[in-house]
Design a protein around this ligand. Sequence first.
Ligand code: NAP
Length: 242
Amino acid sequence: MKFALVTGGSRGIGKAICLKIAELGYHILVNYRSNNQEAEDTLNQIKTLGGSGELMKFDVSNSDEIRASLDKWKENNPESVIEVLINNAGIRKDALIVWMKDEDWKDVLNTNLDSFYYITKHLVQDMIVNRYGRIVNVVSLSGIKGLPGQTNYSAAKGGVIAASKALAQEIAKKNVTVNCVAPGFIKTDMTQELEEKDLKRLIPMSRFGNAEEVADVVAFLASPKASYVTGEVVSINGGLYT
Ligand code: NAP
């Protein structure tokens, strides 16, 4: 059996990624933080489509929880390697910097950036030994362009982009690739309160994207077909260039 971990896999973009990667034949480890019902629903949909998976509940902003969960899984699956890692879980807590609370800066950095470090560091060693791996990080247009009101989120996503480029070079020889996808406006719970009818004027394609359109690109980068692509950032934003 081949294993893939999708963080924040229970809802939104992560859920669509779980379903697409299951089609590649992977047993999906669906990570989430709190919403058990949504996670169960996602797992059921994977199974309905003929795939397999299991739930892996931990908070990606908590390094102790990450370590405990991944160590426990390895103990139960000593011969298995998680060869695909999708670092997707993320949050935003927007405010102009003068109004930003210290805890909102830290929460966003911990959840979006530190999680990349702790989870990737834990799993990449097996990928290197195995001489195969695919790491895909879900970043954002904010991490490329910077968006006002999102200094915390832009810093975190920009940090993941830079770290991905560095790591890609560290491990390219081991046949482990590291890439990012940078969505623009995608219809999920995260963007629920945004007005598509006002914002679509900024987007050449005149609409928000959907989670499946992101998941298709992620699935390609996570597949053996993307064998010569590493250190890249693919924008998925309907032409909303920087
Ligand atoms: P979403 O609909 O809010 O879903 C977030 C997912 O992440 C949920 O499965 C949630 O699990 C999980 N999650 C959140 N915090 C977590 C934590 N600390 N530990 C473990 N899981 C956690 O978000 P989305 O729109 O799909 O966004 C997915 C990724 O795309 C994020 O990295 C986001 O920054 C990025 N992105 C989104 C957009 C957009 O327009 N939607 C644009 C650019 C980039 P629970 O349900 O258990 O909380």
